[in-house]
Design a protein around this ligand. Structure first.
Ligand code: CA
Length: 282
């Protein structure tokens, strides 16, 4: 190690052992990221910093797995490596990774089997590591529910870029959907602006009325039970009087111009809850 002051060794659990000839050995629990949103958590530091994403790398070739795991770790991710189908499924169940990098050719079977199996239990993003020229592999992987693929030989940089892109895509979509305005008939609800309008006129709603309307409109066409409404809007399992809910419902009806005996939007489902009309039944 000519001239080097620190040597990095790989520990089987993915941790990094720093051996410094000057200061002896220090053991860091995780590779230290350079910067950015994946801030390094020191013990005692406030834990509301975003937790590290866990990447499960399924690759039997050590000459690929080790440097790749290290490179991903340097970018602020935690990594675990599995070398077989069996190991990868067991590890996935145990650690619940945020993303899986999945080689196709494994000693005890195919990465496609892992992909199929993982898809049956979760929506974890999967990136297939496929061999050059095996175009069929890419198609099969995507058909089995993989989110993306990279072709061997790849650079660690390329893989990290794909990881970030896939995580951005998969993690952003539920939030965006939630924030997307909902339109039903002449009603429009904009969650981002926390505003509801009817024929372009802003409805003066209380906070709870707005949240209740949002819940109902997001589930338009299906029944929202009274319990669900309490849990979502009041953040509680309601053991007391359920009159609060009825008061909010009738307030909403009034502001929507709905007739309770013959409602256009907000229907009561006796003994169960409420159902908001879907756009196509108006
Ligand atoms: Ca392989």
């Amino acid at each position: 190690m000519a001239g080097a002051t620190t040597t990095e060794l790989f520990h089987p659990r993915g941790e990094r052992l720093k051996v410094s000839p000057l200061r002896g050995s220090t053991f860091s629990a995780a590779p230290q990221p350079r910067m950015g949103r994946f801030a390094f958590l020191r013990s005692g530091q406030n834990a509301d910093v975003q937790r590290k994403r866990m990447v499960l790398l399924v690759e039997d070739e050590q000459s690929i797995a080790e440097p790749l795991a290290e490179a991903i770790g340097r970018e602020g991710f935690e990594t675990k490596v599995a070398g077989t189908v069996a190991e990868s499924l067991a590890l996935a169940a145990q650690i619940e990774p945020d993303l899986v990098l999945l080689d196709v050719m494994l000693p005890d079977g195919s990465g496609f089997d892992v992909c199929r199996e993982l898809r049956q239990r979760s929506q974890v993003p999967i990136i297939m590591l496929t061999a050059r020229g095996e175009e069929a592999d890419r198609v099969i992987g995507l058909e089995l529910g993989a989110d993306d693929y990279v072709v061997k030989p790849f650079s660690a940089r390329e893989v990290v870029a794909r990881i970030r892109a896939v995580l951005r895509r998969t993690e952003a979509s539920p939030g965006l959907d939630e924030a997307k305005p909902i339109e039903i008939g002449e009603l429009r609800l904009d969650p981002a602006k926390r505003q509801a309008t009817k024929d372009g006129e802003v409805l003066e709603l209380s906070r709870k009325e707005f949240e209740l309307l949002q819940l109902l409109m997001q589930n338009a066409g299906s029944v929202v039970t009274r319990e669900q409404a309490f849990e979502d809007v009041w953040d509680t399992n309601w053991f007391g009087s359920t009159k609060t809910l009825d008061v909010h419902v009738s307030g909403l009806r009034r502001k929507l111009g709905d007739d309770s005996s013959e409602p256009r939007f907000l229907h009561t489902v006796r003994g169960v809850g409420f159902r908001f009309a879907s756009p196509d039944e108006l």
